[in-house]
Design a protein around this ligand. Sequence first.
Ligand code: CUK
Ligand code: CUA
Length: 765
Amino acid sequence: MNNSLKRISALGIGLGIGLTAATNAWSQSALEDVMKARGLTQQDLLAAAKTYTPTGGRDEYLAFSSGGQSGQVIVYGIPSMRILKYIAVFTPEPWQGYGFDDESKAVLAQGRIQGKDINYGDTHHPAFSETNGEYNGRYLFINDKANPRMAVIDLHDFETKQIVVNPFMKSEHGGAFVTPNTEYVMEASQYAAPFADEFVPLEEFNDKYRGAVTYWKFDDKKGRLDPSQSFTFELPPYSQDLSDAGKGPSMGWGFTNSFCSERYVGGIERGRPPFEAGCSQKDTDFLHVTNWKKAAELVAAGKVKKSKGAYMIPMEQAVKEGLLYLIPEPKSPHGVDVSPDGSHIIVSGKLDSHAWVYSWEKIQKAIKEKKFEGEDPYGIPIIAMKDALHTQVQVGLGPLHTQYDAKECIVYTSIYVDSMVTKWNYCDGKVLDQLHIHYNIGHLVAMEGDSVSPDGKYLVSLNKLAIDRFNPVGPLHPQNHQLIDISGDKMQLLYDMPLPLGEPHYVVAIKADKLKPAVRYKSGWDSRTDKKSPYKTRAGREKVVRGEDGVVHVYGTVIRSHITPEIIEVEEGETVSIHLTNLERAEDETHGFALYGQNVNLSIEPGKTVSATFKADKAGVYPYYCTEFCSALHLEMQGYLLVKPKGYVATTTEIQEGTKYTQADYEKQVKTNIDTQAVIDSVVGFITSHNYKDFPEVVALVEDATDQLGFAEEAKKKSEGFATKGDYQNATLWAGQWWQYQVKTADLGLRAKTFLEEHGAKKVK
Ligand code: CUK
Ligand code: CUA
């Protein structure tokens, strides 16, 4: 075959010629043949059957993973492990227009630290809002370890609404962990630092450097954290680590562990042994037990002073009021996980091979009887380990985090050094099963694992290293999340999922049907403040105004397939603020807006209003266009920003027509339109002769189609008006526009018809 023949035959396959033969060959090959060809075992097939989700299928759970250094949250389905969304939180993200439109820039600006923009985050622990200890599917919180901050994501639209900066900390780790009715969101510091924003020599570490745990008050009505009602416990400089909130009998209390209670300060360059040597000398560190309920009462009673504008409870006051206790815990502990019934707390020591189970009943008893083995250098009472411990169990080398099963007493602990998951019973202390993972597991997550009623079913292992699990992509490897079936006695590994976006530390997974995200915003909505935008613009009301603020405000709209205005004229040096409202009501009809050379890139979902403000400081021609392939004429969804030199005087106002049209052109277009109308009528006939009103999806499509047909009618009138005057140039162009709306109508109609056919709609005469 010569080259051109080959090309033609390739094209033939592309067009479907010869496709039948290929399809048959594939479908005729028996399962055994595929297994042989791909080297699959029966076990593999079983795993595939447990994760494979056919086209159009949905997942039972949605996982919200920290995106690590990307400062984002990753959403994926379980068991399919298909990634559904990245939610921009601490980092600008162009697809969502986050950090590019004025509205989301304002959210990022809330996260400024001492006046500086911080354009990334090291996200660690996502947490769902809860009602009576159950995930309620309304909000997600996530922390930033590097720049002590907490963010609120609204699960109504999966958007970040708020970022708060911790006023005291310079580093954190133990957040976000919520109390059972989302009264508070916990955030604990990591590396001790002075509370003041000033230089304090390391020589004053013991006296002036401090740890802390903040309880951020959550205002459920507003869906925002309320810094004015939040409070912080001052803690010793012990490198506080993870936290968890009590529930049931331990409701009202919080638990935060620590490492480096040696208070060691390294400094190799000063000839001192490094941090890692000095921070792992003692056999035990401290679990901090804080009483937030009583602390909140003190705050309400006006008994807590403010420092740096926020409530801060000094250690002395906390000890005096009985709000703060310490309990020894195993060497360099990491995870601290309260049992679903709130009766036990499991802590693992990274440098120990045991998981330690504490009994809340015993802790409470010691507190009540004031039975302490002493106090730390800051006067905090220490409860003896023997007075708090229920049992200790050998689970493997380097245990980190623990998740609870639906079955009573059954837990899963991640074993970092041994690269495995250990399944064990914390009531009787027996190890039940161990599964090797690849490689070096950090956190793990069971379905609804942090709630008062975990579902069990699946476990995801969040591995620190992927090494050889995937096709190599250079020295920087993706992360690996491994899906494990925990429904039986033995754990079964099902799937490896590479995650190429930062190092996720923790994931939380919620039953998918608890989430009810919107498909569109109320018209003219500022999604970041959850209010109607002052720049909301309706169809036909688009305008350009030079405001009293000296800014050129463009009130525009977007809808298939045009941006209004299509031409924006400003003078060099003017500040321009473009406000765009998406007029679409249809699902998934997002339009984008990209403008040359101004760092402007917007995502405008149906109903949303977003703004971009910039200085047009250089005369020139700046094309803009829609970045989402929204319709057949998406490429034509375009316009020009003309920045004219100061004092520019136009010499002509006539646009040069590229093509001239005649009466014959006009009549030809009209004929096409009449034929198209016949197609539309037949589709409409099909829809209305069926029970389409029983299908909300179709009702929405029909509404949208009716809108489009209305636009077609307007264009038709304009076209006919020009034809009457003998202006066939404009008559033909408007006839073309009339046809564009007809095409959109037909497209929607056909989508509705297909939907009805696929969903077994019934004929209603
Ligand atoms: S951490 Cu990374 S494995 Cu930040 Cu909760 Cu334990
Ligand atoms: Cu709107 Cu492309």
